[in-house]
Design a protein around this ligand. Structure first.
Ligand SMILES: [Zn+2]
Length: 75
């Protein structure tokens, strides 16, 4: 990230007391942290660990899906 996402001013690196050097907008006088999407994945087993939880997809009752993905956006 080289420019401020709010005003377009070139960012400088400034020391943040928690995160160390962080991109900083001298015009907005705010740190500009890199935005990233978060995700998790998990497989759910029964206590004996010989079965996994499958999901049935809406509109397709004959199939079961082991993995379901969903992307979340901040905007
Ligand atoms: Zn700015």
């Amino acid at each position: 990230m080289k420019y401020c996402s709010k005003c377009g001013t070139k960012l400088i690196m400034k020391k943040n007391w928690i995160d160390g050097l962080v991109p900083y907008c001298p015009r907005c006088q705010q740190f500009r942290f890199i935005k990233f999407s978060s995700a998790i994945s998990a497989i759910i087993f029964n206590p004996q660990k010989d079965k996994v939880l499958l999901l049935k997809q809406y509109g397709n009752p004959s199939s079961a899906t082991l993995i379901q993905t969903k992307m979340l956006s901040r905007r």
